[in-house]
Design a protein around this ligand. Structure first.
Ligand code: TYD
Ligand code: MG
Length: 455
């Protein structure tokens, strides 16, 4: 028998090649080609226009029941999901190893089981004893959930077929699952895809809510093909620095809710604790005002979160190329802001190293943070602390103007709640908020004057 031809599939764009190479010729990504199962040869005639069953069409205005969402027992988890679990939904939970995915899911599974839900927790990574030990540590040993250590999708589905569909099925992780429908070891692209396909089909047919844990590769992608993300209804990412206590649960895709809500948790000795006031967490440890620190009211979904932006400027003596390092913000935006400050305000950063950090491992992508970053940079350059009770918000344009931002009033209200007395931002940006003193900043040039005058 002829040896089946090897084939390679790109995990980014799905291109199929017969030879491995470092770069995908179609999407130009590096190291994305992985070996896939050989292609099936069709022998039957490929005419799909007959022999199938007739599909019934429905009208769009047919009555539908409202989604019966089930709470996970963790309000922050529900919030990130858009209000709880929907029957028959398939969720992919991605995150780096050790970040706390298993802990989060065990806590949610136990809470659902305790409130009468039928929950099956299948671990392909840990023995049942290990999961039981973790449950003991979390104080959840008495939760009536059904625990199993298994990796065969057929065994799992056969068992569920006999016992009837549970309300929730957790599979930890999809990379350890094996489907005997196709060849290949667990964790290969085709195995991950086939196992996920069968589990998701079961969820859709039975109304079970399925949560698949997915490992994340070094560059932050969920290992396995991108198609896994297309197959599920919801993609969640559990993020944080392992050295820091808190974790953020984000939804990256959600067929049943908004994608911009986050859930915030702190990893403690007894599992994940919900953090309902994240601002206090990200601002912790601020005592004496120091130069280079500015507070920015970010928005996550519908929720304002105050974060601290820190800048450090180091003057260089030699003519070496100065470094610019950014953590938690976009380096391209920093370069743009530095250019605006140089050309519009005459400040010089060309002989200085610039370090920018968003405190607590928080990641910002909101352009409204421009003004706070600019204020932190000017404050660091001038070595003058900003007044500790002021928040900064506004988008800086290339011309040096400060532009209004979305949700201005919401942001200022949150700041007022946390004891800030003053807001600085675009003209008319603080009209709706009476509690907070507010100053207009027309352009970055007047920002410099303001920072110099503060302290
Ligand atoms: P885990 O849920 O196993 O991570 P993942 O499934 O994402 O790989 O969590 C691992 C880390 O969490 C582990 O390093 C220990 C820590 N941890 C706590 O700090 N407190 C706890 O109560 C538990 C259960 C874990
Ligand atoms: Mg785990």
């Amino acid at each position: 028998m002829a040896k089946p031809k090897r084939r390679y599939i790109c995990t980014e764009c799905g291109s199929v090649l017969t030879r491995w190479q470092g770069q995908c010729p179609d999407c130009s990504q590096w190291n994305t080609l992985v070996e896939d199962a050989p292609e099936t040869k069709f022998t039957a005639k490929h005419d799909l226009s007959s022999g199938g069953r007739a599909i019934a069409f429905e009208s769009l205005d047919a009555p539908t029941k409202p989604l019966a969402r089930r709470t996970t027992g963790l309000a922050e988890f529900d919030r990130a999901l858009g209000g709880g679990l929907v029957p028959g939904c398939a969720i992919l939970m991605g995150g780096e190893p050790g970040i706390g995915k298993s802990t989060l899911l065990l806590q949610a599974a136990a809470a659902i089981a305790k409130t009468g839900g039928d929950v099956v927790y299948v671990s392909g990574e840990e023995a049942t004893g290990q999961v039981r030990m973790r449950a003991g540590r979390l104080g959840l040993a008495d939760a009536p959930l059904k625990l199993a250590a298994a990796t065969s999708v057929r065994d799992i589905l056969t068992t569920l077929g006999k016992n009837g569909p549970p309300d929730l099925l957790v599979v930890d992780s999809i990379q350890t699952m094996h489907s005997d429908m196709i060849e290949g070891a667990p964790g290969t692209v085709s195995q991950v895809r086939a196992s996920a396909f069968e589990l998701i089909r079961y969820a859709k047919e039975s109304g079970t809510c399925l949560v698949l844990v997915g490992h994340v590769t070094k560059d932050g992608n969920i290992a396995g093909p991108r198609v896994l993300e297309h197959m599920v209804d919801t993609v969640m990412s559990f993020e944080g620095e392992r050295s820091h206590q808190y974790r953020i649960l984000r939804s990256l895709k959600n067929r049943f809710g908004a994608v911009d809500e986050i859930g915030v948790f702190a990893m403690e000795g007894q599992g994940l604790k919900e953090v309902s006031n994240p601002s206090s967490l990200f601002l912790s440890g601020r005592e004496e005002p120091i130069a280079g620190s500015a507070v920015f009211p970010a928005i996550e979904g519908t929720r304002p979160v105050l974060v601290e932006i820190q800048a450090l400027i180091v003057r260089l003596q030699s003519g070496a190329t100065p470094r610019r390092a950014v953590v938690g913000w976009d380096s391209g935006r920093l370069a743009m802001l530095l250019a605006v400050l140089e050309s519009r305000c005459g400040l010089s950063f060309s002989t200085a190293e610039v370090y920018l950090n968003v405190a607590g491992g928080y990641r910002l992508s909101d352009p409204a943070a421009d003004l706070a970053v600019a204020a932190a940079l000017i404050s660091a350059l001038a070595d003058k602390p900003l007044s500790a009770d002021t928040i900064w918000l506004g988008e800086v344009s290339l011309s040096g103007e400060v532009r209004p931002v979305a949700h201005g009033a919401l942001r200022l209200r949150e700041a007022a709640k946390l004891g800030f007395t003053h807001g600085c931002g675009p003209v008319n940006g603080g009209r709706e908020v009476k509690k907070l003193g507010y100053s207009d900043i027309g352009g970055v040039a007047s920002l410099v004057d303001r920072v110099m005058a503060s302290a």
